[in-house]
Write a protein that binds this ligand. Structure first.
Ligand code: 7RM
Length: 654
């Protein structure tokens, strides 16, 4: 299986070859929303392609005049048009007879449930919007939202959109300091929060973090607090209002405010590793079009589907594919508050069985965690309702892909591995489930209308078979419009490295058939004796071994080779660590992708340091591997993980 590097000194080596292929099932293909002709239509005239869909799919209070104004790096889509996002996500479905259709089945972690129809959603959104108005919020004012996964979270977002007030959702797991930093950066006037939520059987408090944050946020005039846990909280007189008071007493009539296509819909902060978080700016019309069209095409969503995106709404995946895209398509969705292992490792499979979920969209980190627990958990449940599976957030290694297909998808449901970013707003590289022959581990091809490429350090297209930098060569509707308050940084971060192109920060390769394979962040690429080796390929080779559940590799400084590969390995639940196994695993990598990629160090660990959205924090693993004090750990989901790894004796060396 090993492949020789294609050129003397490529940007990133292409080492791992995956040859299994899965053509779409003909019955599925025949009924699919998206057919192959989309690609041709989009290539003929990509602006016309998007304009046609913007007219067909969105309801405008004023039609747009110009499809695209593009002055790199600033794009304006659907100029001259006016519309309202909450009208497009809620009201219009009721006007078309879907008032009684379920918008969300919500499941609290302790087992409590709520069902909201589109009519319920309209009532709740209107009341919440009126409460914001009572607090003085007007079009253009910013509102911060800091909530657990409860129905009030999407309700709050839609209430903001209804009155043209941009929101910034801060993930409920973030600290007081992260919250105040984001509030101050965007100058929010009101904070919407809750007393707390539930996670792993425990109450997680939020309001005390909010109180701490609000001590240093001069722009915030008022807060609204949802009573979720009933836990006693401190309410500040004149500033804090209970949701069940101020929202409940409002009228349920709140006319949606039409806004310009380029009106700010929201800011979402991405935590850079060093500098201060960037407020990624998304606007109205292009974003709603990009998310809703990709949602329908890629997940093949039909009116009767029950769709579950198991991300947190505080992450872009939740914004685009739990709230805006699906609601614009009048989709019935699942909202689950809690952890996948509470009360047991079959919580998700129970939910899928109970609600007959037909589309599941989740992260490889979740899939690998389920893999580790073994297939007995999903086998206990009837998962036959599932017909499409999605993956997002990280490269999905072939073994996890195959496990997902076999044990969750019954060997039947197509998998869409979707590549995109907070910045891109919508999915950009993905299979179309009724069109694309998939290869496990490949995100396959750019979505119709998207121009993606892999380039070398000089910005030249890399021939098939080679690795390099992933770039985008033309604008797309849901793209970021900037970094809040910092146009310079926007240009420098994304547009400066390769003139005329958006640089995503990811490495990628294209195989001989033109398939795109994501290779991880370029900052993480390892340099071993002059060979630039992707973390993704070595990790995939490790997980390819039957005893491995998950792996993370980093480059450790090395006197001889510059960097040496250091592997952190989580074994499957039924495996025991041993020196012999460590040797075997290192040999396995050498066998699968070649001796140059054989890890010099290998350490068995019970867990890996990850961000809240499940991405491995390789920076911290490098600190551990090189015996340094840990850098910034504020975005770490579980701080005990690194301590456990450190206590876990030394690594076995070659
Ligand atoms: C949606 C999201 C973006 C980064 C991106 C990649 C990585 C996301 C995939 C992926 C390989 C995928 N937004 N990434 N999806 N890598 N295959 N299907 O994750 O802003 O939080 O992260 O995530 O490195 O640049 S994000």
């Amino acid at each position: 299986m090993s492949v020789e590097p294609s050129s003397p000194s490529p940007e990133i080596e292409n080492l791992l070859a995956e040859s299994r292929t899965f053509p779409p099932d003909p019955t599925f293909a025949a009924q699919a929303n998206a057919k192959a002709d989309l690609y041709e239509e989009a290539e003929r005239d990509f602006e016309a392609f998007w304009a046609k869909r913007a007219r067909e799919r969105l309801d405008w209070s004023k039609p747009f005049e110009t499809t695209l104004e593009w002055e790199l790096p600033f794009a304006k889509w659907f100029v001259g048009g006016e519309l309202n996002v909450s009208y497009n996500c809620v009201d219009r479905h009721i006007e078309r007879g879907l008032g009684d259709k379920v918008a969300y089945h919500w499941i609290g972690e302790p087992g409590d449930t709520r069902t909201l129809t589109f009519r319920d959603l309209l009532r709740e959104v209107s009341k919440a919007a009126n409460a914001l108005k009572e607090l003085g919020v007007e079009k253009g004012d910013r509102v911060a939202i800091y909530m657990p996964m409860i129905p009030e979270l999407p309700i709050a977002m839609l209430a903001c959109a209804r009155i043209g007030a941009p929101h910034t959702v801060v993930f409920g797991g973030f600290s007081a300091e992260s919250l105040s930093g984001r509030i101050n950066d965007c100058g929010a006037k009101v904070l919407l929060t809750a007393d707390g939520g539930y996670r792993r059987g425990k109450e997680v408090g939020l309001k005390h973090h909010a109180d701490e944050a609000l001590a240093s946020t001069p722009t915030v005039e008022a807060a609204i607090v949802v009573n979720r846990t009933g836990h006693e909280v401190h309410m500040v007189d004149g500033r804090d209002h209970w949701w069940h008071d101020i929202v409940e007493r409002q009228s349920d009539d709140c006319p949606p405010v039409p806004v310009e296509s380029e009106h700010m819909l929201y800011l979402l902060y991405t935590s850079g590793t060093t500098a201060k978080p960037k407020g990624i700016l998304h606007t109205t019309a292009g974003y709603l079009l990009g998310t809703s069209f990709t949602h329908e095409a890629i997940f093949d969503v039909k009116p009767d589907d029950v769709y579950w995106c198991a991300a947190d709404i505080g992450w872009v995946t939740g914004h685009s594919y739990i709230v805006y895209g699906p609601l614009a398509n009048a989709t019935t969705g699942i909202l689950y508050e809690g952890a996948p292992d509470t009360p047991a490792w079959d919580r998700w499979w129970q939910i899928i069985e109970d609600y007959r979920v037909s589309i599941l969209y989740c992260a490889p980190t979740a899939i690998r965690a389920f893999m580790k627990q073994g297939e007995a958990w999903p086998r206990k449940h009837d998962l036959s309702s599932l017909r499409v599976l999605g993956s997002v957030g990280e490269p999905i290694n072939p073994e996890a892909w195959l496990w997902y297909r076999e044990h969750i998808g019954g060997g039947r449901a197509p998998i869409v591995d979707t590549w995109w970013q907070t910045e891109t707003g919508q999915i950009l590289i993905t299979p179309l489930p009724g069109v694309t022959t998939t290869k496990p581990g490949s995100a396959t091809f750019p979505f119709p209308g998207i121009d993606a490429d892999v380039v070398d350090g000089d910005g030249n297209s890399v021939p098939r078979g080679g690795g390099g930098y992933l770039v985008l060569k033309r604008p797309w509707p849901a793209m970021l419009r900037g970094i809040h308050g910092d146009p310079e940084r926007y240009f420098e971060t994304y547009w400066k490295r390769f003139p005329g192109m958006y640089f995503a920060g990811d490495g990628a390769k294209r195989d001989e058939d033109g398939y795109f394979w994501l290779l991880g962040r370029v900052d993480d690429v390892m340099n071993v004796a002059g060979h630039r080796i992707s973390t993704t390929e070595v990790e995939s080779a490790l997980v390819d071994h039957r005893s491995v559940a998950e792996a993370a590799v980093v480059g450790k400084k090395d006197d001889i080779s510059g960097q040496a590969i250091f592997a952190f390995v989580i074994l499957r639940a039924d495996q025991e660590p041993s020196d012999a196994l460590a040797v075997q695993l290192r040999e396995h990598v050498a066998y699968v992708i070649g001796p140059i990629a054989r890890p010099k160090f290998l350490m068995f660990v019970p867990d890996l340091p990850k961000t809240r959205s499940g991405k491995i924090m390789r920076r911290l693993l490098r600190d551990i591997a090189e015996g340094r004090v840990l850098g910034d750990t504020t975005t770490l989901a579980d701080t005990t993980v690194v301590d456990t790894i450190r206590e876990n004796s030394g690594a076995a060396e070659e």
